[in-house]
Every structure is written in structure tokens, then in C-alpha cells.
Design a binder for this molecule. Structure first.
Ligand SMILES: *[C@@H]1O[C@H](CO)[C@@H](O)[C@H](O)[C@H]1NC(C)=O
Ligand SMILES: *[C@@H]1O[C@H](CO)[C@@H](O)[C@H](O)[C@H]1NC(C)=O
Ligand SMILES: *[C@@H]1O[C@H](CO)[C@@H](O)[C@H](O)[C@H]1NC(C)=O
Ligand SMILES: *[C@@H]1O[C@H](CO)[C@@H](O)[C@H](O)[C@H]1NC(C)=O
Ligand SMILES: *[C@@H]1O[C@H](CO)[C@@H](O)[C@H](O)[C@H]1NC(C)=O
Length: 352
């Protein structure tokens, strides 16, 4: 049984370290490992490094959702606040137990909640499978009790939705079916949280989706780049807000049902709207253009190289077509850590 599982991981992690690691595991770990952070999500959690497919292909077609380093993204900033180790991208490690105990980032810059339409997408379910198999691997190597203590004290951070909504709005005229679509996404996310709970995860952070109706991608696509300069697309924002409210509702319900778990919802939508509505308070002077990403020949092109970036990213709300700048992320992280209004029902300081 154990060697069967091990064999599966051998293929899965494409490593030959498995057999050796099991031996280390069986000999026992003297000091129990400290908690770590595990991340699942899309371009809000990964700079484009964590992709099993051709990196060039990925980056050309898609975005460069940060300036080359995951350390400027929200979950990584929070891990730092919590004094947790830097999370290693899943595809850049070889299954060694030390790396896993430092936390992993299963997130991938193109990732959807629903099953992927493109080969490049890593869906929520694919990432969950990787996370659950990693938990099994830990149980195999450390023993149930040690592994469970590690898992139930570690933080699992989930942030999805950008790619689902972007594809949806791209292909559909906005009608009520946007709300039906959001509802399906919420159900999938809720199931995801439940399956983590079933694998002994007890500290879960679920991020909402930023106001995509104010993001350059939506504004550029809907106005053709030089049409009406509207501040935000209300139709898009209504659907995204609905998703956030439903997800928060489900999470609040779970937090009550699952007595020994702590599930937190972080309302990045409202926080980013605050920057858009009161930019001067935060030293921001551009709330609608991407620092890195443009429209050329009527075509929207994401941040395909950091050389395209503006000089002063910190004066923008948006780094690329859908993701906030490092400066905005850093303000979000401070607030998520200490204020009970961004992450509810309690701050991440409290969660940790
Ligand atoms: C796996 O990576 C670790 C460092 O993260 C390294 O020490 C180890 O030798 C690697 N094992 C294999 C089999 O490549
Ligand atoms: C991506 O860009 C590189 C260089 O910028 C180019 O060589 C490659 O052909 C491009 N790939 C695709 C799929 O466009
Ligand atoms: C975590 O797991 C350990 C080992 O199974 C158990 O003793 C402990 O009560 C669990 N803690 C929580 C908060 O679930
Ligand atoms: C959405 O539009 C893209 C092209 O813009 C197309 O490739 C894709 O098949 C469409 N998806 C659906 C579900 O209609
Ligand atoms: C991006 O990172 C590079 C290298 O670290 C730096 O020189 C550049 O100023 C950064 N650009 C922005 C807009 O932050």
C-alpha cells in the first residue's frame, strides 16, 4: 500500500527522491515542524513561475502579473507578516520533505475555478489534488499525528476567480446569467474549502475577487481602448460583488458549522475600491491604467515584459490588466493582518 502510493508520487512529482525520503520519514523526525503557508490560486498568487507547461508560451499569451517576484503578492506578504517561510512554487521543487514543510505555492498565473478550457490553465481541482496528495505524502513520511499537527496549524490561502470572470465577460453579453455563473463558482470554492477541511486543514483564508469592472482589462475591452472613458463597469462589478458576498456568506456558515476550523474571508474588492475612490489618501494618481500592459492596434496586450512597466508603479492602483501594484498589495497585507474589516470574521493576526 505504502509503496503503491509512493510510486504514484514518483510519477506525480517527477522525482526519484521518494524512496529515500520515506526512509528518512520512518526513522522519525525529532522536532515537530512549525506551521507553514500553502497557497492555491491564480495570477493574484503567482508571478508566472509555477507552470508545468512552456513558460515562454505562457508569458506571451498571458500576463506578467508582478514585477518578477512573488514576494510582492498578497499571500507572500502575509506569510512574511506571520513569520512563515517563503512558499516554494510547486513545480520548482522535487518533493523533498524539507521543502514541503516550508510551504508550497500550488497557484499558477492562469488558473480557473471551473475546469480549464485551455491547456495552460491549472484549475482549482487540479491544485486541490496536488495539495491533498501533498498532505498524504506528509502523513506517509512523518506519521499521521505529526503530519496532522503540522497541517492543522498551517495556513491554506485560496484566491481564484479572475480568469473565470474574464473569460465569461469576454464571451457573454451581461445579463442575469452572470449571477448564475457566479453562483456556480461559489459552490465550487465552497466544496474546495470542505475538501481541505476533510484533510485536516483547519486554518483557511479565502480571498475575494478585486473589482474587475474597474480593472484595465475590462475597461479596455469594453471601450475598444479609446471609446468612452468610464470610471468602472457597473455590470461587471455587480456580478463580482455578488460572487464575493455569496462566498463570504458560505464561509461564515462554515466557520460556524465546523467548530474546530477557522475560515476567513478577505474582502479585497472593498479594499481596492477604497483606493480607487480615495486615491489621494494613498499617494495614488492613476486608478484606471495598468502600469504594465497596453492596447496596441486595437488589441489588448498584458504585461508581457517588465520593461513595458511604468516608472512609478506605486502611483497606480493596477500593475497589470487585472492585478494591483506591489504598493497596493502591501497596504492590503497590512490591513488584512491587523484590521478586522478587510478579513472577516477576524484579522489574520487573530487567525494566526
Ligand atoms: C531536492 O531538492 C533539495 C533542495 O530543495 C536538494 O537538497 C535535494 O538534493 C534534491 N533531491 C533530488 C533527488 O534532486
Ligand atoms: C514568445 O516570445 C518569444 C520571444 O519573445 C518568441 O520567441 C516565441 O516565439 C513567442 N511564443 C509564442 C507562442 O508566441
Ligand atoms: C491537530 O492534530 C493533532 C494530531 O492529530 C491533534 O492532537 C490536535 O488536537 C489537532 N488540533 C486541532 C486544532 O485540530
Ligand atoms: C470564448 O471566446 C474565445 C475567443 O475569444 C473562444 O476561444 C472560446 O471558445 C469561447 N468560450 C466559450 C465557452 O464560448
Ligand atoms: C521591477 O523590478 C526591476 C528589477 O528589480 C526594477 O529595476 C524596476 O524598477 C521594477 N519596476 C517597477 C515598476 O517596480
Amino acid at each position: 500500500m505504502a509503496s503503491g502510493k509512493c510510486f504514484l508520487y514518483l510519477i506525480f512529482l517527477m522525482t526519484s527522491a521518494c524512496v529515500a525520503s520515506v526512509k528518512i520519514g520512518l526513522s522519525g523526525v525529532e522536532t515537530p515542524p512549525g506551521p507553514a503557508m500553502f497557497v492555491l490560486g491564480d495570477s493574484s498568487v503567482d508571478c508566472g513561475d509555477n507552470n508545468p507547461f512552456n513558460g515562454l508560451f505562457h508569458r506571451n499569451l498571458s500576463r506578467f502579473p508582478c514585477n518578477g517576484s512573488d514576494t510582492t503578492l498578497l499571500p507572500q506578504l502575509l506569510a512574511k507578516q506571520m513569520k512563515l517561510p517563503y512558499t516554494t512554487p510547486f513545480y520548482s521543487q522535487n518533493g523533498s520533505i524539507d521543502r514541503i514543510l516550508g510551504g508550497l505555492n500550488f497557484g499558477s498565473a492562469e488558473a480557473s475555478i471551473l475546469s480549464p478550457r485551455s491547456r495552460n490553465y491549472q484549475s482549482l481541482n487540479q491544485q486541490l489534488r496536488q495539495a491533498l496528495e501533498t498532505i498524504q505524502l506528509l502523513q506517509l513520511q512523518l506519521g499521521e499525528s505529526t503530519a496532522n499537527t503540522f497541517i492543522n496549524s498551517s495556513v491554506f490561502y485560496l484566491s481564484f476567480g479572475i480568469d473565470d470572470f474574464t473569460d465569461f465577460f469576454h464571451n457573454n453579453s451581461l445579463g442575469n446569467n452572470g449571477f448564475d455563473f457566479a453562483h456556480i463558482l461559489v459552490e465550487q470554492m465552497t466544496n474546495g474549502v470542505r475538501s481541505l477541511y476533510a484533510s485536516n486543514v483547519r486554518k483557511i483564508v479565502c480571498a475575494g475577487v478585486v473589482p474587475l469592472g474597474c480593472a484595465p482589462q475590462a475597461l479596455l475591452l469594453k471601450s475598444g481602448g479609446n471609446g468612452v472613458r468610464k470610471a468602472c463597469l457597473d455590470d461587471v462589478n455587480k456580478v463580482v460583488s455578488y460572487y464575493n458576498r455569496r462566498l463570504e456568506g458560505n464561509i461564515a456558515g462554515m466557520d460556524r458549522q465546523l467548530g474546530d476550523a477557522h475560515v476567513v474571508f478577505c474582502d479585497v474588492y472593498e479594499a481596492v475600491m477604497e483606493f480607487i475612490n480615495h486615491p489621494n489618501k494613498y499617494g495614488i494618481d492613476d486608478v484606471r491604467n495598468a502600469c504594465c500592459g497596453v492596447v496596441r492596434d486595437g488589441k489588448v496586450s498584458g504585461c508581457v515584459s517588465t520593461e513595458m512597466a511604468c516608472q512609478e508603479a506605486s502611483t497606480h492602483v493596477w500593475w497589470d490588466l487585472q492585478n494591483p501594484t506591489p504598493a497596493v498589495n502591501s497596504l492590503l497585507a497590512q490591513s488584512a493582518w491587523s484590521s478586522p474589516s478587510l478579513c472577516r470574521p477576524f484579522s489574520l493576526k487573530h487567525l494566526f
